[in-house]
Design a protein around this ligand. Structure first.
Ligand code: FAD
Length: 298
């Protein structure tokens, strides 16, 4: 079985990509164009996030199944514990296996409606991601990943406690972790050091998002749970009214971040693509991570 870990540990540095499930037929068509575009560059794996509602969840299963069956790519499905009993989670995991998906990112999920609200588990469900890791592991030969937070999870009291919980879920049987967005290489490297200091050497992959517009930058700030470092804000400020120059500077910033992480021995970079290929292709080409020669502007 081609697993995320085997693909990432295969030798040369790699990249991987994340999508969200398409909302409608038009979205689906666009996503498949993106998947086909990126397939040519041989990403190590592609992942599809798991939403809050039933239909979006069905679309995650359908999309990852189709990636597994109809492309040369290694598919990874996300799964959350939100609004699911353990019986339902078993069912979804069974569906993943049935459609050929053997890599699962086990995340707890956020409280529906208000991501910063109080987490209330399903009465017959799970409270934390480490329990979901154990459940997935108990149900078959899956390669399991978890989420990591360079600045600490937004609801954690402090980064050390959060790192203790991260190590706990890695030790519950996770094969790797993917980090939430961050802005400076040191932010990720400090997380890696904290995990290593606890005697844990599980694979950690940094997550990057090409900063192509003011909106993507705002999204990145929101997801990271941190504030934008002044050095980056100053670098982008002159281009507030010039979308092309903003995009060029944003791509430069993410390329430099990726280059620094690779120089520090990170085996792969995971890109949050927002279901678009172009910017990720540019960064991947500039970093020499594509298996197939290509032009950055393609
Ligand atoms: P957990 O590891 O369970 O942690 C949740 C909180 O509880 C943290 O504050 C942690 O420190 C604390 N904690 C952990 N274990 C314990 C314990 N045993 N006792 C007490 N406290 C504990 N969300 C989606 O809805 N769908 C997705 O597809 C999705 N994909 C993601 C992919 C990545 C790479 C990342 C980084 C995040 C993703 N998320 C997704 C968001 C994620 O679901 C939320 O950030 C969620 O709030 C935390 O999930 P977790 O798996 O880290 O939870």
């Amino acid at each position: 079985m081609a697993t995320v870990v085997k693909r990432v540990r295969a030798g040369r540095p790699v990249f991987s990509v994340e999508f969200f499930p398409p909302r409608d037929a038009e979205d689906e068509q666009r996503l498949w164009q993106t998947i086909r575009d990126l397939e040519m560059l041989d990403p190590a794996f592609v992942s599809v996030t798991y939403g809050a509602g039933g239909s979006s969840r069905d679309r995650t299963i359908r999309t990852t199944g189709r990636v597994a069956r109809e492309t040369t790519l290694v598919a990874m499905a996300h799964l959350t514990a939100v609004d699911h009993s353990v019986a339902e989670l078993r069912n979804v995991i069974g569906w993943y296996a049935a459609v050929g998906v053997r890599n699962i990112l086990a995340v707890r999920g956020d409280p529906p409606g208000d991501p910063n609200g109080e987490w209330v588990p399903h009465p017959e469900g799970l409270s934390y991601a480490d329990e979901l890791v154990r459940l997935v592991r108990s149900l078959g030969d899956f390669c399991v990943g978890v989420a990591a937070f360079p600045y600490g999870h937004p609801r954690s009291s402090d980064v050390d406690t959060d790192t203790d919980y991260l190590v706990r879920k890695l030790r519950a049987g996770a094969d790797f972790a993917i980090a939430q967005l961050f802005f400076e290489a040191e932010d990720f490297l400090r997380l890696r050091d904290r995990v290593a200091a606890r005697g844990c050497d599980t694979l950690l992959l940094p997550g990057l998002m090409p900063l192509t517009t003011r909106r993507t930058l705002d999204k990145a700030v929101e997801l990271s749970g941190a504030t934008l470092p002044p050095s980056l804000a100053d670098r982008l400020a002159p281009f507030a009214d010039d979308p092309a120059a903003f995009r060029a500077a944003g791509i430069d910033i993410v390329t430099e971040l990726g280059a620094r992480l690779l120089a520090e021995g990170v085996p792969g970079l995971h890109f949050y693509t927002l279901n678009r290929a172009k910017a990720t292709k540019e960064v991947v080409a500039r970093l020499g991570l594509a298996s197939t020669p290509m032009s950055p502007a393609a």
